[in-house]
Design a protein around this ligand. Sequence first.
Ligand SMILES: N[C@@H](CCC(=O)N[C@@H](CS)C(=O)NCC(=O)O)C(=O)O
Length: 270
Amino acid sequence: MGSSDGVVVVGGGGEVVKLLGSWGSSYTQRVQVALKLKGVEYEYVEEELSNKSTTLLVYNPVYKKVPILLHRQNPVAESIVILQYIDETWTHTHPLMPLDPYERALVRFWSHFADDKLGPSVGAVFQSMASIGIGEGSEDVFGAAVEEVRRNLRVVEEEMEKGWLRGRRFLGGDSVGILDLVIGCGSHWIWALEEVAGLSLVDQTTFPRFHSWLRDLEQLPEFTQTIPPADQLLHMLRGQTGTSSSPSPSPSPSPSSTTDEQPRPVDLMN
Ligand SMILES: N[C@@H](CCC(=O)N[C@@H](CS)C(=O)NCC(=O)O)C(=O)O
């Protein structure tokens, strides 16, 4: 049994709810936070992405990816699809989507922006970090990747300043909605990246609204209970980007330190 806002919920008629996920995956965390906000008890199953279970392959044969939610023995894949499924299944508390059709369209539009542009641009910074020092111009590639993230953050910041997201405490309004989960649930990788690369991406001066929204979001118990420990993230990131514990990109990376035993950050955070 789980509880939220004083309402006690089981996975719907006492059914088992299972989530197949991966510890550092921001896609998985979207779903974990949503289930916590709804007070739905679930069983979490950690997947080894380099050695996927038969369950994963059977339940998501098309993409072979986590997260996968199992409810009433039905598999639901793709994090945003899962979030909407959760909202439509457990309707008793904490709505995650607005009721108004146009607002719903805007949530879907910005969710698409997050997965189509913002997330991949952060992923490109991870990838380019591993290439620093490998060949001529790799610093330029890194710089261009960082600039692309800033460009995308500027788009969201402007929407928060003058657009539909203006004046909202959370992107869902007064409470956390799907868009908060979709945009906010990769932030731990951004902080880890900032630490390892010695750069500032979500800069408080340049992106004041985005920065303060993210800090508020991360302080919610449903987030703090879900985000992996910083040292675990840093350890993985340093190993996989070939950076040492120094706060700047290593001039001579060792991409060979990437092992098949661990998921790649670029997969996890996207
Ligand atoms: N669009 C998918 C992306 C999920 C995804 O990329 N999951 C990664 C982990 S973060 C994964 O399972 N990767 C395994 C692989 O690509 O083989 C979603 O929103 O659920």
